[in-house]
Design a protein around this ligand. Structure first.
Ligand code: NOJ
Ligand code: CA
Length: 716
């Protein structure tokens, strides 16, 4: 429903003294736009009368062209309102309301052949989105954006959860500082990342999460990043202004455009409650509806895989000890295997058996294809061909075996960032997958991009990721992308794009200084704002000296917290990342991973504070089952969890997977307890979380045989 409310025609309005306001549908947010005396477009935003953004300038800089951020007059402004509801193919909730006021400002440069630009603002109850549009016109057809000049002028020295600005990676640990204290070249900037291109000491990435001293929460990101470079932010550490900085291409340009064209949306989500930031659907609402018509083959799922054993050093991706490999000239069958290869037919069968026994959908196998002997660090174009298995991996036999057991193999395409090579081989690779029964692929982009000089987050790669989403959709293949640009809600348009990594995943705990206990309390407020993450939770053998005497790394968690992550770290694709033998050792705790849903009718963010704690309850799709996850940082805490959302007057069995009284992420991480209780909608659970700990709870209507369990006493 779209109601044209107002259409103002102000032809050749003088460059000064213009302002217009709109309010969000609930009146809480107020946007005011205008022009400076130099004809620079501006906007400002406030929440319940408190300023979020002071007057901030807007515009683009075009290569070899007059500036496109000043000398404008306003030709007209149009406002309208939209209120509609749509159903995602999969997600955290069954239905999403898209409710906003829109303000469309048409600008014109009289001095420059009347070149035109439109700024489209959408003001929701939970924030603002805006983008630049370049309409079709005679004197601006092809042009190069040399930078974007979008300002976000904040009103104070806010507490900020940030990672360094970088053209190639998001795999940094978070820092929490005031804006004035940001130093992206500091200690955390340089940790153990395969390949990185930091920008400057004052450059940071989005999604950027902030908290003001008077308790407002502000999140800045973008939506629908298509055919444009990703945005980093340059921080003015004195004035607290942020300025957009786009990722350049190999020759230093930012984005190539052709009118009519548009930029991605710039988004600012605002609330006085942190939980509202997590519940926001603003970024999804700004993305386009599904471009895939038949979505019947798209399936949220859980998987296990030949993966963690490589990361902890128990097995390897490679088959032989060889170097200096030339793919086309190598006779793989004649290489002498070193004996540690993980992706063997026999080992894959063990994982298939395990997946089948415990009702997992998929088995990921990494290291199945030739080339891993010499895959990283040489900036080589031809490393993998994606269709040639190692001699000890029988793809036909495994297809048959997996089908008999009702399990799907998940393909792995590590491109080693040689994207030109991948582009040439994609069609053949996807045909090979379908021939052998695969309908999901995990891709990866570890290393320096080829075409050489391009970056992971530049326009060329942004287009590549979308091309992969489109092409896999044509083949009815679901994707999970590692090392891409961070997501911006495109999974609404491409629902086969189940998940991305694009952040520091659990794997870092296996071979680096790892992820501190606060990490998983920050990710939902930052990286996950743009879409689901393949975080790979579920590590039960937490201290890694179990694999190698003296190995000092550990996952910085308790075991119960690993369970909670299946609820707090939303994804329609969840891995049970540990080895089958570790799950067999703690089979009672594994029950939660087996049962937890991956697709939801409803989500309640019960409490949240970035960097500190998070409790979420979710209702499984089409079932009267709820799953709750609560996590904390290094501070132990007691959490009260109301169950008011349960069907009234119905008795439920609650299974509580909690930290044992003496659990602690460092000194005693694997101590947990499991308790069963009868509960109802008036119950409030009171649960102790250990330092670095968490709790997971499953709830289902009590059956006759559950009546033996005690009622949970609220006074406990
Ligand atoms: C990095 C990915 O994040 C990880 O999951 C994968 O195992 C390795 N690359 C090898 O492709
Ligand atoms: Ca990675």
């Amino acid at each position: 429903m779209r109601i044209e409310v107002l259409s103002l025609i102000i032809s050749l309005f003088s460059a000064t003294a213009f302002a217009q306001n709109i309010q969000s549908p609930d009146g809480k947010l107020s946007l005011s736009i205008g022009l400076t005396g130099d004809g620079e477009p501006t906007y400002q935003l406030s929440f319940r009368g408190r300023q979020i953004l002071q007057k901030s300038r807007l515009g683009l800089e075009l290569k070899d062209q007059p500036a496109f951020n000043k000398g404008f007059t306003i030709v007209k402004t149009d406002t309208s309102q939209t209120d509609e509801t749509w159903a995602p193919v999969w997600g955290e909730v069954k239905q999403i309301r898209n409710h906003y006021k829109e303000l469309v400002v048409t600008l014109q440069q009289v001095a420059h052949k009347n070149r035109r630009m439109i700024i489209r603002y959408r003001l929701f109850n939970d924030g603002l989105g805006f983008r630049y549009e370049i309409p079709e016109q005679n004197d601006l057809k092809y042009f190069i954006v040399s930078d974007e000049k979008t300002e976000f002028n904040l009103t104070g020295d806010h507490k900020t959860f940030w990672i360094p600005g970088d053209y190639d990676t998001n795999e940094y640990a978070y820092s929490t500082t005031k804006l004035s204290e940001i130093d992206a070249t500091g200690r955390k900037a340089a940790q153990e990342i395969a390949f990185k291109t930091p920008i400057a000491a004052n450059a940071i990435q989005t999604p950027l999460m902030m908290r003001t001293s008077d308790g407002l929460y502000i999140n800045i990101h973008e939506a629908a990043l298509v055919n444009y470079a990703a945005m980093n932010l340059m921080v003015n550490r004195q004035t607290f202004g942020l300025l957009s900085h786009l990722v350049p291409d190999a020759v230093g340009n930012k984005s190539y455009m052709q009118a009519p064209d548009k930029t991605p949306w710039r988004t600012i989500v605002v609330s006085d409650k942190a939980a509202d930031i997590l519940a926001s659907k603003l970024i999804l609402n700004l993305n386009e509806p599904s471009k895939i018509r038949d979505v019947s083959w798209i399936k949220p799922q859980k998987y296990v895989g030949i993966w963690w054993e490589m990361h902890v050093g128990k097995a390897s991706w490679s088959y032989a000890d060889a170097s200096n490999i030339k793919l086309a000239e190598t006779d793989w069958a004649s290489l002498k295997p070193h004996g540690k290869h993980g992706a063997t037919t026999a080992n894959t069968k063990l994982y298939i058996d395990f997946a089948s026994k415990h009702h997992f959908d998929g088995v990921l196998v990494e290291g199945w294809n030739v080339g891993w002997e010499d895959w990283f660090g040489n900036w080589k174009e031809v490393v993998f061909d994606f269709v040639t298995p190692y001699p000890d991996f029988d793809v036909t036999e495994l297809h048959k075996y997996a089908s008999e057991k009702g399990v799907k193999l998940i393909m792995h395409h590590e491109t080693s960032a040689s994207v030109s090579n991948y582009e040439r081989r994609m069609d053949e690779a996807y045909r090979f997958m379908k021939q052998h029964g695969y309908d999901a692929v995990k891709t990866g982009y570890v290393g320096k991009i080829i075409p050489r000089g391009e970056h992971h987050d530049g326009q060329w790669m942004v287009n590549h990721y979308v091309r992969v989403a489109e092409k896999t959709a044509q083949h009815k293949i679901m994707i999970d992308v590692h090392e891409p640009v961070r997501p911006t809600g495109l999974h609404r348009s491409y629902p086969n794009w189940l998940a991305c990594e694009a952040a520091r995943g659990n794997e870092f705990n296996a071979w680096s200084s790892g992820n501190p206990p606060e990490h998983e309390t920050i990710l939902p407020f930052t990286r996950l704002m743009g879409g689901p993450m393949d975080y790979t939770p579920g590590i039960f053998q937490i201290k890694l000296d179990a694999y190698q005497a003296g190995k000092k790394e550990q996952v910085q968690t308790t075991l119960a917290k690993q369970l909670a992550l299946y609820v707090t770290m939303y994804s329609p694709l969840q891995m049970a990342a540990d080895l089958p033998e570790n799950y067999e050792r703690f089979i009672d705790a594994f029950q939660f991973i087996k049962e937890v849903a991956v697709d939801w009718d409803d989500t309640r963010i019960l409490e949240a504070e970035p960097g500190d704690y998070l409790t979420i309850a979710r209702k499984a799709k089409n079932k009267d089952e709820w799953y709750i996850g609560a996590i904390t940082d290094e501070q132990a805490r007691t959490v009260n969890i109301p169950l008011t959302y349960l069907t009234p007057k119905r008795s439920y069995l609650a299974i509580l997977y909690t930290d044992a009284a003496n659990a602690h992420w460092k000194s005693n991480p694997m101590a947990y307890q499991i308790q069963n209780f009868l509960v109802n909608d008036r119950t409030t659970l009171k649960i102790a979380l250990a330092s670095g700990g968490g709790a997971a709870i499953s709830l289902r209507p009590a059956a006759a045989e559950d009546m033996k369990w005690k009622r949970y006493e609220n006074s406990r």
